[in-house]
Design a protein around this ligand. Structure first.
Ligand SMILES: NC(=O)c1ccc[n+]([C@@H]2O[C@H](COP(=O)([O-])OP(=O)(O)OC[C@H]3O[C@@H](n4cnc5c(N)ncnc54)[C@H](OP(=O)(O)O)[C@@H]3O)[C@@H](O)[C@H]2O)c1
Length: 340
C-alpha cells in the first residue's frame, strides 16, 4: 500500500514568550506513514481520535521536546495494528502521560506498556476523557481530596475557576458544603461559574481580587491555578489556619523563571499558621491513590452533576492557535481536536 499522509505538528524551538505558530511550531502535511508495514517493535499503531490541548505543553517545550520532532500530549487513538496482546484492533487507547504525538497516526512502542484501554461503557463523548475524566479532572479531584482538608461551611477561593481543573474543584467543594468563591477572566466564564453553583463568581479583570475576598470574610482554602501576583494578594486574605493548594502558575508559564513575581507575603504563612502544599498529579497519585476518581467522576458526569466547558475543532492545525489562546487566557473552554 502507498504511504498515507500523516499531518503532524512539529516542535521547532523553545520560544522566549508565547509560541508563534509557523515559527516555533509548524504544521507539516508532507509527513507520511506506511500503515501496513510501519515497524511496531512490540507496540501498536493507532489512528488518532482526539487530542487535548493542555497548558503544560508550553512547559514541556522548555525541557522535553526535541527540535523537529512531534509535539507530545494527551490523546486517544483507536488501534489499527497491535503486536501487544493487551491491545486489540478497535480498542480505544490512551497513551500514558504526554506520549501521544500530535499527528493523525501514531506508533506507540515504548509507551504501550502503561497505555490504558478506555472502555467507556457509558458512552460519554471522547472529549470527556481529555478533560473532566482526564489529567485535569484527576488533578482537581486528587489534589482537593489530598490537600484541601475542607470542613463544611468553610470558604474556598478558586482562581481560573472556569478552566477544567478549576470548575471540577468548584463543584466538588460545593458538593461538600463549602462556600465557593471563584474568578475568571471573561464575563462568559463568570456566567458558567454561576451555572455550576459558585456562590461568588467574579471577573478578576474588572474587580480587585483582594477587595472581593475581604468583602466576603476571607478565605480558608485557596486553590491556586495562577501563581504570580495573585498568590501574594490572596495570602493577605487568608484566614488563620488556612490551606493553600498550589496547582499551577497559569499567569507565569510564559515568563522566564528569573522574571517571575517574587512573593512578599510569604511571612503571612507564619503569622496565620498557613499550610501550603504544592503538588504534581503523578506524585500525588503515587502517594495517595486516586480516591476512586474514575468511577466517582464518571457517575457525577453521567448524572449531570459535574460540568466543564469544551472547545473543539476538527483541524489538527488549529491545535497551535488553541494552545496560544490558552496561554493568553482567551480560550473559553478545554481545547480538544476531534478527528473524523
Ligand atoms: N499540578 C499538576 O499536576 C497539574 C496538572 C494539570 C494542570 N495543572 C495546572 O492547573 C491549572 C489549570 O489547568 P487547566 O487545564 O484547567 O487549564 P485552563 O484553566 O484551561 O488554563 C488556562 C487558563 O488560565 C487562566 N489564566 C489566569 N491567568 C492567566 C494569565 N496571566 N495569562 C493567561 N491565562 C491565564 C485563563 O483563564 P482566565 O480567563 O480565568 O484567566 C486561561 O483560560 C494550570 O495552571 C495547569 O498548569 C496542574
Amino acid at each position: 500500500m502507498s504511504p498515507t499522509p500523516n499531518p503532524t505538528i512539529i516542535f521547532v524551538s523553545n520560544p522566549q514568550g508565547v509560541p508563534v505558530p509557523g515559527e516555533d511550531l509548524v504544521y507539516r502535511q508532507d509527513i507520511t506513514i506506511d500503515i501496513d508495514n510501519e515497524p511496531l517493535n512490540g507496540g501498536i499503531l493507532t489512528k488518532t481520535v482526539a487530542l487535548g490541548i493542555d497548558i503544560w505543553v508550553r512547559h514541556r517545550m522548555g525541557y522535553e521536546y526535541k527540535p523537529n520532532t512531534p509535539i507530545l500530549g494527551y490523546g486517544i487513538g483507536v488501534v489499527l495494528r497491535s503486536e501487544n496482546p493487551k491491545f486489540q484492533v478497535g480498542d480505544h487507547v490512551q497513551a500514558p502521560s504526554y506520549r501521544e504525538p500530535f499527528a493523525h497516526y501514531a506508533v506507540l512502542s515504548e509507551a504501550t506498556a502503561s497505555a490504558r484501554v478506555l472502555k467507556n461503557d457509558v458512552g460519554l463523548p471522547w472529549t470527556a476523557y481529555l478533560g473532566v475524566l482526564g489529567l485535569a479532572g484527576e488533578t482537581a479531584w486528587v489534589g482537593y481530596k489530598a490537600y484541601a482538608e475542607a470542613k463544611n461551611g468553610e470558604t474556598i477561593y478558586v482562581s481560573t475557576g472556569a478552566g477544567t481543573v478549576g470548575s471540577v474543584v468548584c463543584q466538588v467543594a460545593k458538593a461538600e458544603g463549602l462556600r465557593v468563591i471563584a474568578s475568571a477572566g471573561s464575563d462568559s466564564k463568570v456566567e458558567f461559574l454561576k451555572e455550576i453553583g459558585v456562590d461568588v463568581a467574579f471577573n478578576y479583570k474588572k474587580q480587585d481580587v483582594g477587595t472581593v475576598l475581604k468583602e466576603n470574610g476571607g478565605v480558608d482554602i485557596y486553590w491556586d491555578n495562577v501563581g504570580g501576583k495573585a498568590l501574594e494578594t490572596v495570602m493577605g486574605c487568608m484566614n488563620k489556619y488556612g490551606r493553600i493548594v498550589i496547582c499551577g502558575i497559569a499567569s507565569e508559564w510564559n515568563v522566564p523563571p528569573t522574571e517571575r513575581h517574587g512573593n512578599k507575603s510569604l511571612v503571612l504563612a507564619l503569622a496565620k499558621n498557613l499550610t501550603i502544599n504544592g503538588f504534581i498529579i503523578t506524585d500525588a497519585l503515587a502517594k495517595f491513590g486516586d480516591f476512586n476518581f474514575e468511577s466517582e467522576v464518571t457517575r457525577l458526569v453521567e448524572e449531570g452533576k459535574m460540568k466543564v466547558r469544551t472547545e473543539t475543532s476538527d483541524k489538527l492545525e488549529d491545535a497551535m492557535k488553541m494552545l496560544v489562546d490558552i496561554l493568553l487566557g482567551v480560550n473559553e473552554g478545554k481545547g480538544v481536536i476531534m478527528f473524523s
